[in-house]
Write a protein that binds this ligand. Structure first.
Ligand SMILES: Nc1nc2c(ncn2[C@@H]2O[C@H](COP(=O)(O)OP(=O)(O)OP(=O)(O)O)[C@@H](O)[C@H]2O)c(=O)[nH]1
Ligand SMILES: [Mg+2]
Length: 304
């Protein structure tokens, strides 16, 4: 008999899926206790799959945040098609699926997500988010019961991601489905994405949040310089838009909008990187980028 104890570790993937705007990225950030994935009030904020890794003792949970699954149409631009494919691909090869809905309503888009998650070969947990916003709380349970008649969810968990309500319970539940296995990431690593990617996303979030409906989702951000020295990280970001009008809107009167975008982005970057940041922003018009597969590939949006 050996007296050396072999440490058993667990490691698994959890896909967070749902239609746009239900709070998937907010859920990921609140589980991690750190802002990693960008969020906004507008649908289709997340464009790329992003992993959030949480290691607690023997258990490593690798959460996969995905773009919102939306109803595609024949006129969908390439970027929208890629987003749908990215999200659908996340359903494969994971150990648990979190199907996130807005507790307040069930839409045609939720219905189409339901049809997709039905084919998942692993447990699916229905997560009813934003319960803090519910007017008629007593309606929720019967409505959820009705949904569970439609599909065999392994659990139904009402939460408020924004207020951290019931997230503990959800995490413990997820943990119970994580299989034994070697941990893929070192325990202090929280994502698979590079600092450059995260910096570009922060700029895109500030633009999305600053602008109303004026600029729809036709903005991309490319990091041109990312240089670390002891005094600061020097970052230059190029903002790509489709039209001249959008460029004018982002710059704002006498440059007030772009200044604010830059300031807010810098503050978030300093929090994330724990270092002083010097940020430069540039804007260029490159029409047609969001429907041009080659341009998309060069911006890092690729079909899996
Ligand atoms: N009241 C309330 N708002 C929430 C909650 N969770 C998310 N939100 C808000 O819902 C909006 C959308 O959140 P996101 O996390 O960006 O949603 P998403 O599902 O990732 O959206 P896409 O990336 O576009 O698919 C944001 O304004 C969030 O602040 C919640 O529990 N309660
Ligand atoms: Mg998102």
């Amino acid at each position: 008999m050996s007296d050396v104890e072999v440490e058993v570790t667990h490691c698994g993937y959890i896909a967070i899926v749902g239609r746009p705007n239900v709070g998937k990225s907010t859920l990921l950030n609140h589980i991690l206790g750190q802002k990693l994935s960008i969020t906004s009030r507008k649908p289709q904020t997340t464009r790329d799959q992003i992993l959030g890794v949480k290691t607690e003792g023997h258990v490593q949970a690798i959460y996969v945040d995905t773009p919102g699954l939306h109803l595609g149409s024949a006129t969908d631009k390439a970027i929208n098609r890629i987003m749908n494919k990215t999200a659908a691909a996340a359903l494969k090869d994971v150990d648990v699926v979190l199907f996130v809905i807005d507790a307040d309503r069930w839409t045609e888009e939720d219905e189409s997500v339901l049809q997709k998650v039905k084919h998942a070969r692993c447990p699916v947990i229905l997560v009813a988010n934003k319960v803090d916003q519910l007017d008629q709380k007593e309606d929720l349970l019967p409505r959820l019961a009705n949904l569970s008649d439609r599909m065999n969810f392994s659990q139904i968990v009402p939460i408020s991601a924004l207020r951290n309500d019931n997230l503990d319970r959800l995490e413990r539940l997820v943990e119970s489905y994580i299989p034994e296995g070697t941990q893929f990431y070192p325990e202090d690593q929280i994502t698979n994405r590079s600092s450059r990617f995260l910096a570009a996303e922060i700029v895109r979030e500030k633009i999305t949040r600053q602008l109303g409906q004026e600029v729809p989702y036709e903005v991309a951000v490319q990091i041109e310089e990312f240089v670390y020295d002891e005094s600061a990280i020097h970052i230059s970001a190029l903002i790509l838009v489709e039209r001249n009008g959008q460029k004018r809107i982002i710059i704002g009167e006498r440059g007030d909008k772009i200044k604010l975008i830059g300031k807010e982005a810098r503050i978030d970057m300093e929090n994330l990187f724990q270092h002083k940041v010097m940020l430069n922003l540039w804007i260029k018009v490159r029409s047609g980028w969001s429907d041009d597969e080659r341009a998309l590939a060069s911006l890092g949006y690729q079909e899996e």
